[in-house]
Design a protein around this ligand. Sequence first.
Ligand code: PLP
Length: 352
Amino acid sequence: MSIIHIARAELRALKPYSAAEQVDGTIRLNANEAAFRNAADRCRRPLNRYPEVRPARLRAMLASHYGVEDSCLLTTRGSSEAIDLLLRAFCRAGVDNVVTPAPTFSMYRHYADIQDAAIREVPLDRSGDFAIQAGALLAACDANTRLVFLCSPNNPTGTVLPRSTLTAILDSLADRTAVIVDEAYAEFSEEPSAIGLLGSHGNLIVLRTLSKALGLAGARCGALIGPPEVIRMLDAIQAPYAMATPVVECIEDALDPRHIDLARGNVRRTVAERDRLAAEFERLPIVRQVWPSGANFLFVRLEDAAGTLEMTRRAGILVRHFGGENADCIRISIGSDEENDRLLDCLRTLPE
Ligand code: PLP
């Protein structure tokens, strides 16, 4: 079972960009590069040279980090770029559609809008802890549904998608629709990664990012993990030289086992702080509900969201408010211990 046949036909046939050859130990007069290094260049690899079209060592390191074959992974500029690539590769403008739960990460809609792919949102019921109902989601899909985006843990609710619901969706959509599981916050949850299902489900694509658990949002690096034929097609679509040399070097360093161990410690600290904050919030009279979260944020329902936002802003603390159906809720990212204490102090001063 493969999903490559549902991608745009002209992109399935696209040849990768033919870049100037790069051969170690040769004089490179084939790419119109500068012959001199810039005085500000502090990188290990000289910046007067183009980076590799696709950084092979970085890809191998990321593949090993996520426990997959190199051929199953595309290195991306954050998972944002992966979302954009998928929309462009699978959806014919004005014809195909995308299904997502709501609320969820707003970038799926953003890139669907850019590609002129209709987006069908399936509301999540907050009285049911925002759990995805496979039946409702599948009912929203039709013959032109190319992609289903499932974010687990979900942004902004923090809800974790159980493995049984995911496999029911994957089995039911089979080779008609690609199911994208966005695991931007997976490291903060106990749920096993959907990566383990790639071997048995050819319609599954998993997105990972180094922005959250590895603390590298500024470096812009993520991974799209899926069937090799999908990776090859997306590789041909992605901009040549997408990963800049300073980013490649930074991520190679960050994937050193010593740095990974330290990052894992930071994730444990964040999870402990998340659980402490959740317990503290439960005790605050201004808080009506705190949903269970498997991410590095909490989704909280308030007595008076507008008043709380005003107070936090005045205290110099920014939290996220989305309006709409959940206008009485805010999403709070877990900060450092001190930042979280400052937030609690601010919330405790609010009248009931
Ligand atoms: N996916 C989800 C669910 C997110 O919440 C975010 C960012 O907040 C992203 C993807 C994008 O992450 P990045 O492009 O930094 O990898």
